[in-house]
Design a protein around this ligand. Structure first.
Ligand SMILES: Nc1ncnc2c1ncn2[C@@H]1O[C@H](COP(=O)(O)OP(=O)(O)O)[C@@H](O)[C@H]1O
Ligand SMILES: [Mg+2]
Length: 290
């Protein structure tokens, strides 16, 4: 870690956060009294049906929005302080690469910007070597390609490399693999795990795939909608490093079952979620929600 937290306690702490969009009868309670604690070096996923406030929660942690009530702390700092210190990395659903730069250039560009801004960071291992990082993410042969010449999976892995190359203390990811087909997605998940296993960045990862949440995470936070809230938490006690063979193991299925059961417990048609909207759609692997 480049900068030790000024205080003890969780690395990411969301305390009793509330966010409401709009007013009057059209008001949407996106988050109602949400608590989330992420210890340093943990991989935590947030899962829940569409509209339950996952992206809102991530934007609060990123400091892109302030909660109406409650508090967010990153390494003991306010989100404004954390943003100023550039301890946060963000990987959005759409990779947003610079089209005129090649893969390597896209990963190096923020490094140059930060150096120009006088930011001092002690990067470790992989994070200090963009070529090694891209190679570990399966992009060693496409370093000189532009984004327009890449598949969706390659683009998203380039965005991951760019985020890891900044060696953030906290990496926030909002459904980064949701647009990928199932096979591409599984390999991207395993490459992400491979890099994370070495760097051990603190991660908050939003997904709507139960299998993805269990495979990647130490902890899965299950949310419910209307109002957006935490329905429960599942600790994933699967050994690391995790591998492809886990996907069909009994232990994996047992954890998936626990997450699904919590999602179904949280399912309350009376609460405002449209009747008939399934928590689980067939999806490519039959493990998707919303
Ligand atoms: N800027 C906004 N203005 C109004 N409503 C919003 C805004 N952002 C999100 N919402 C609403 O808040 C709820 C939570 O949204 P979001 O956090 O995007 O959910 P998720 O990421 O879980 O799908 C949804 O009902 C959404 O329509
Ligand atoms: Mg979202």
């Amino acid at each position: 870690m480049s900068s030790p937290p000024p205080s003890e306690g969780p690395f990411v702490a969301v305390n009793d956060a509330c966010t409401t969009y709009g007013t009057g009868p059209d008001a949407v309670r996106a988050l109602a009294h949400v608590d989330l604690q992420v210890p340093r070096g943990r991989f935590v996923s947030v899962i829940g049906p569409s509209g339950c406030g996952k992206s809102t929660l991530l934007r609060l942690i990123a400091g892109l929005e302030a909660p109406d009530a409650g508090d967010v702390r990153i390494c003991g700092r306010t989100t404004a302080e954390a943003r100023a210190a550039k301890v946060l990395g963000f990987v959005p659903q759409v990779p947003a690469l610079l089209p005129w730069l090649d893969v390597l250039g896209n990963v190096r560009v923020l490094e140059k910007v930060n150096r120009a801004a006088g930011r001092q960071r002690t990067q470790r291992g992989l994070a200090s070597d963009p070529v090694a990082l891209l190679t570990r993410l399966g992009l060693g042969d496409v370093l000189t390609r532009r984004p327009g010449q890449l598949s969706g999976g390659m683009q998203q892995r380039t965005a991951l490399a760019r985020a890891f190359a900044l060696a953030p203390d906290v990496l926030l990811m909002d459904e980064p693999f949701s647009a990928l087909d199932e096979f591409t997605r599984e390999s991207a998940q395993l490459q992400l795990l491979d890099v994370w296993q070495e760097l051990r960045t603190t991660v908050v990862f939003v997904t709507h795939s139960i299998a993805e949440a269990v495979l990647l995470s130490d902890t899965v936070v299950v949310m419910a909608a209307a109002p957006g809230r935490v329905a429960g938490v599942v600790d994933v006690g699967l050994d690391r490093p995790r591998h492809h063979g886990l996907l069909d193991s009994a232990a994996m299925h047992e954890h998936e079952h626990r997450v699904r059961a919590l999602l179904e417990t949280a399912w309350d048609p009376v609460s405002g979620t449209p009747t008939g909207t399934p928590l689980r759609t067939p999806g490519a692997a039959g493990r998707e929600v919303a």
